[in-house]
Write a protein that binds this ligand. Structure first.
Ligand code: NZQ
Ligand code: ZN
Length: 401
């Protein structure tokens, strides 16, 4: 087990009806003027927004709304939010939504106290030192942003999508009320579950060998969320299954699944190869849902790299799907590994996720553009499980059509 530093400082307020506690939680942080950041229309049409507004009003908190964050949020919108927050002397950013609203809120939170353009942080030209407190009311379990130290923002003009990491903008409080996810369309539920499984896999398939306690947490979370996902596809308002999905989404990405696997104590475990490859697709095509892109890329990446450490893939196939090789011959190992990957991809597809990049309406003629920005983001080689060259990346993209 490698050395690690694990901190998950977010306070989790998890349960039925807990959206109504938002005002009290915000008040406990001594906030006076709140910027409420939310997405397109779901928060209003599901009634969550009205409940949050009432709860803030009941707690005597003044607030201003910034609605309209799009999925794969864009830096121009973040800049608008920063201006609004400064003009109104906002002292806390409250996100109501999923990864997109929360990441937008995070970027506003560290943009406000800085005199740099916010994109400078994503280019590595400035370091994030301060941030306003962020509180998240989670309405879609997926990205894990409610407890992660990550913030992912797109820049359409540069066709880039980039993440920054830091602890200062981790949400102070995450309000997690599984009942508000009953309204999620099956596609968004499935994309969210795919994303969280991928967050676990990025860490599980790091370059480090087996770490039994962490491996056990990883594979148990994957099995639990797969069961729960199958349940909600039949019964969207099954509370326990929705609650399971919601909590797995958090644990998948608050770094618990990486303890002992990172190559340096402060570093996040894993090489994040599938996320790196997917982010290029959704940067160039913002209408591609992050989780749906991953449903295609993760199995394609697995098929390309498993031979670098077959024992990890054998353990994955055994512990998640109960697949064992008939014997230790090369052929039997290949069969078991491939079955494990097929099972995972079969699950994604069964849930309504795409199998190929054609299903996402991407064209092979886009690969060169993805590789151009991938190289810019990652350099000539990236990844840990098996460092990928740009030729590997091309082969993975091509195999995914
Ligand atoms: O925009 P509205 O109308 O609110 O609709 C949203 C959106 O269309 C809808 N939705 C949310 N809650 C709902 C609901 N519909 C019905 N009922 C509800 N209760 O769901 C759609 C997707 O929302 P979004 O916030 O985009 O989803 P997600 O949580 O998957 O976030 C994706 C973003 O997070 C980034 C992704 O790259 C992407 O930009 N990520 C952030 C990470 C982080 N900060 O740690 C890590 C991830 O790997 C990821 O990269
Ligand atoms: Zn993700």
């Amino acid at each position: 087990m490698n050395d690690f530093v694990f901190q998950s400082p977010t306070k989790f307020v998890f349960g039925r009806g807990y959206v109504d506690r938002t005002g009290a939680e915000v008040k406990a942080l001594n906030a006076k003027r709140v910027l409420l950041v939310c997405g397109g229309s779901s928060a209003r049409s599901t009634g969550v927004l009205q409940r949050v507004e009432k709860s803030l009003a009941d707690a005597g908190i003044k607030f201003l709304e910034l609605g309209g964050v799009r999925p794969n949020p864009e830096v121009k919108f973040v800049r608008q939010g920063i201006d609004l927050a400064r003009d109104n002397r906002i002292d806390l950013i409250l996100a109501v939504g999923g990864g997109s609203a929360i990441d937008c809120a995070k970027a506003i939170s560290f943009g406000v106290p800085s005199n740099r353009d916010v994109w400078d942080f994503f280019e590595g030209r400035a370091r994030i030192k301060k941030a306003l407190p962020v509180v998240a009311v989670l309405t879609i379990p997926a990205a894990g942003s409610e407890a992660s130290g990550s913030c992912v923002i797109s820049n359409d003009a540069l066709q880039l999508k980039r993440g920054v990491n830091g602890d200062v903008f981790r949400p102070r409080v995450a309000i997690m009320d599984p009942e508000v996810t009953f309204t999620l369309p099956p596609y968004q539920t499935a994309a969210g579950v795919t994303d969280m499984i991928c967050h676990i896999c990025e860490r599980y398939f790091s370059g480090t060998g087996s770490v039994p306690v962490t491996d056990g947490i990883c594979t148990s979370l994957i099995r639990s969320v797969m069961d729960a996902a199958r349940t909600v596809m039949q019964a969207p308002d099954d509370y326990d299954a929705r609650a399971t999905i919601m909590w797995v989404g958090t644990l998948a990405h608050n770094d618990l699944c990486g303890c002992g696997r990172a190559t340096a104590p402060q570093k996040r475990a894993g090489g994040w190869e599938s996320h790196g490859l997917e982010h290029e697709i959704s940067a160039h095509n913002p209408e591609v849902t992050h989780g749906a892109g991953l449903a295609v890329i993760l199995p394609a990446w697995m098929r390309h790299v498993w031979r670098a450490h077959p024992e990890r893939f054998l353990a994955f196939a055994r512990d998640v799907f109960g697949v064992e090789p008939a014997d230790q011959t090369e052929e039997a190992v290949a069969q078991a590994v491939t079955r494990g990957i097929d099972e995972l991809q079969g699950f994604f597809v069964q849930m309504g996720m795409p199998r190929t990049l054609d299903d996402l309406d991407c064209g092979r003629d886009e690969i060169d553009a993805w590789l151009r920005t991938l190289r810019r983001n990652k350099g000539e080689r990236f990844g840990e499980f098996m460092p990928l060259t740009m030729d590997d990346a091309r082969a993975i993209y091509e195999s995914a059509f």
